[in-house]
Design a binder for this molecule. Sequence first.
Ligand code: ASP
Length: 407
Amino acid sequence: MFKLKIHWQILIALILSVPFGFFFPQYVDYVSWLGDLFLRALKMIIVPLILTSIVSGVTNIGDAQNLGKLGLKTILYYLSTSLAAILVGLTLVNLLQPGVGADLNFNKNVEEFGLVSDTLGNVLLRMIPANIFEALVSADMLAIIFFSILLGFFITKIADEYKTPLINLFNSGFEVMMKLTSFIIKFTPLGIFGIVAVVVAENRDSLPEIAGRLSVYMAAVLLGLIFHAFITLPLFLRIVGKVNPLAHFKAMTAPLLTAFSTSSSSATLPLTLEAVEHYSGVSNKITSFVLPLGATVNMDGTALYECVAAMFIAQAYGIELSFIQQAVVVFTALLASIGAAGIPMAGLVMITVILSAVGLPLEGVGLILAVDRILDMCRTTVNVWSDSCGAAIIAKTEGEQLLVDIK
Ligand code: ASP
């Protein structure tokens, strides 16, 4: 029987949801539950998925030396691509100058987002959970990842009779979570229809801003994201990984569309894991380590956006940033992207870190609120794309053969 592939189903749902949300905003309540159910199901599996995948990933990597090597490569990839993204953003924002002459008449209320500035020390400190159960309950990803890596590592250090059942337990746990994931993924098109219809209906009012005074700012962010996604990362894939970028991109369609629709790297993680493993052919050993880490830590799109947004705010206030201050923006944008959680609008909250680092007013965030949701969708897609590229590249440097190799 004729059956559409899942990514076509998702694409169709996405396309249909836009006119629906736009022309019939009064009816979105009838479909919003589809999105709610889908997101709840994804969130339901995310914590056990991260825990089991990282523990089983680390135990499968084996000894400390291998883990160290893989960890180092992973971090090197994250830092270099995020930095490349930020530099693209910095160049564009200096060329286009979107903030110069922007009017400072705030019409959005910053307080409703409960913006509190977070210090970098705090972000690092929170990585170590004071109570792992509390971290699990509150889905504190960085803390869960930190604990899982340690747990996996020390499982390999105990006597065989204790080690084997624990390794089996986490491997089996991961297997069953992936099965559950495949089941939930079947509902993605319906979920996405519900989510996007609501987003479109809620953001109809921002259209004047999108078309008007924020258009250059949006263009700067979007151009940067496009450049990073279609030029920088494919170059990395080709040159470092010897991977066919187009084939890998096609393999990633379902998670990328889901990232776009949900604005959440974490919620997309189940789909990313499945696609990188099944369609690009990266081994479980690599995906289960690199992808959960990447969903929380590696956010190229967010890094680029942080830099452009902070510079835009500075320009709007007529504040010239010196070379040193711009370097501070670059550095803090990198850290902010690492510290941002993989959830909607996390990046917006993290801008406060940059603004306070270079002494810009926090209210500046009010300038960019109106168009944040649409930019969030785009940057999240780039975040997930970069995670998947990282998994493929690292697999290749480990000598794996992939389904998306350059033939
Ligand atoms: N929503 C983004 C993500 O989940 C984070 C951000 O707000 O930039 O990847």
